[in-house]
Every structure is written in C-alpha cells, then in structure tokens.
Unconditional design. Sequence first.
Length: 81
Amino acid sequence: MTNDTKFYKELVTMGEAFSMLPEEERIILLNRLNFVGKRDSLRKLATKLNISPERVRQKQEKALYKLEIMYETLNKKVQNS
C-alpha cells in the first residue's frame, strides 16, 4: 500500500467517524477547531447554541474523545479487511 493510499483510507475513516457524531458535536468541532474558516470563541459558539461557554468546552472534549474512539475502531476494521 502506498503512502497516498494509506493517507486516503485514514482520511475516509476519520470522515466516517466524524459523521457518526451528533450534529451539535460536529458543529462544535467544526467551529472550535478551525476546520471551516475562522475559529469561534467558546462564548460566541455558546451564544449560537444557546448554552454556556463551559458546556461548549465540555461537549468539545467529549466529542474529541468519542471521535478518537470511533476512529480507532473503524481504522482497525479497515486494517483487518
């Protein structure tokens, strides 16, 4: 397997894991981690979602943890196939 093929498979796997997150968690990660343009502050995103900045931070941490677990699980399935 070439490096390009491996990278592509990992990217697809990450996309699949990301798509499995609940919508609110995807929104938080997209806006907090600068995947799409300018990074939002906790306060700004909290206002958009009508929750506290602390709750945004908590949901961000939870989403990152879930994303890591889902990615590892999916990646193992890809490697075993």
